[in-house]
Design a protein around this ligand. Structure first.
Ligand code: HPA
Length: 275
């Protein structure tokens, strides 16, 4: 796809969604691998399967069944993405971030990203939750490569504070008040779909990476480009390759995410209520 086509595509999917709902969300929440159960906490107004939006990318990964859920957490109107598409599925990166751009067009002021990630930081264990303080994007395709439309955002967007400091402080306060342990660290997106080798993990660790995964960073970049506040939490579903005696499996990632789900759900709900 030519890079200039994405704006046209964005307008098309926006029209397609607006034909079905006039709901205006304040927060966009992206649920990562195995964390889809969170959707049970939403006072649902409207569900919209991605497959019903013409031209929308539909995920092929087991456990990533895709839909938007519009509704409320407390008094806060949210749109939740249950399932996201990944670059490794073969989509152009402009399609991977299309749902994020769409949520911004629908009205979100804050994007809350979640994912399952491999843990690198000393002391991390499977099931830990990690507040994302910053990211390393250089191993992922940059979603802003191509012509820039300044109506959407600047050509050279500042990335000094991708993950909003005030929101991070609030999240840490809420975790503390609710007695939910919360680590913090730097997240790095790789393309996948292979998990890393132990040598790659040693390299990433030496570069300052605390958690590694296959999503999130490209989404955070386009949201910041469009001027939306961003925050994110990783569920450490496994220790990264070589830090763990066992080979990695998608099933292990899902099982650890399931184990962390009640804590994660409580934390995310309490945070969103304050937005
Ligand atoms: N590496 C990359 N992505 C992941 C991992 C990992 O160890 N765990 C969950 N997603």
């Amino acid at each position: 796809m030519a890079h200039t086509d994405y704006l046209e595509k964005l307008e098309k999917v926006l029209v397609s969604v607006r034909e079905k709902t006039d709901f205006v969300p304040r927060v966009g929440l992206v649920l990562g691998s195995g964390l889809g159960d969170f959707a049970k906490n939403i006072n649902v107004s409207f569900k919209l399967p991605y497959s019903e939006i013409e031209g929308f990318p539909v995920s092929t990964v087991p456990g990533h069944d895709g839909r938007f859920i519009f509704g409320h957490i407390g008094d806060v109107p949210i749109v939740c993405m249950k399932g996201r598409v990944h670059y490794y599925e073969g989509y152009d990166v402009s399609d991977v971030v299309l749902p994020i751009r769409l949520m911004v067009k629908l009205g979100i002021k804050t994007l809350f990203l979640t994912n399952a990630a491999g843990g690198l930081k000393d002391g991390f264990s499977a099931g830990d939750l990690m507040l994302i303080t910053d990211h390393i994007s250089v191993f992922a395709p940059n979603p802003l490569i191509g012509p820039n439309d300044t109506k959407i955002g600047p050509r050279f967007p500042d990335m000094t504070e991708v993950y909003n400091l005030k929101i991070r402080e609030k999240i840490q306060e809420i975790a503390y008040e609710n007695d939910i342990p919360l680590e913090s660290g730097v997240y790095c997106q790789l393309t996948g779909p292979t998990y890393e080798t132990p040598a790659e993990i040693r390299m990433l660790k030496s570069l300052g990476v605390d958690a590694v995964g296959m999503s999130t960073v490209v989404e955070a970049i386009v949201a910041r480009h469009m001027g939306v506040n961003v925050c994110g939490i990783s569920c450490i579903s496994n220790l990264a390759a070589g830090l763990n005696p066992n080979p990695l499996s998608h099933e292990e990632v899902q099982a650890a995410a399931d184990e962390a789900a009640p804590r994660f759900t409580r934390l995310v709900s309490e945070i969103i209520k304050t937005f």
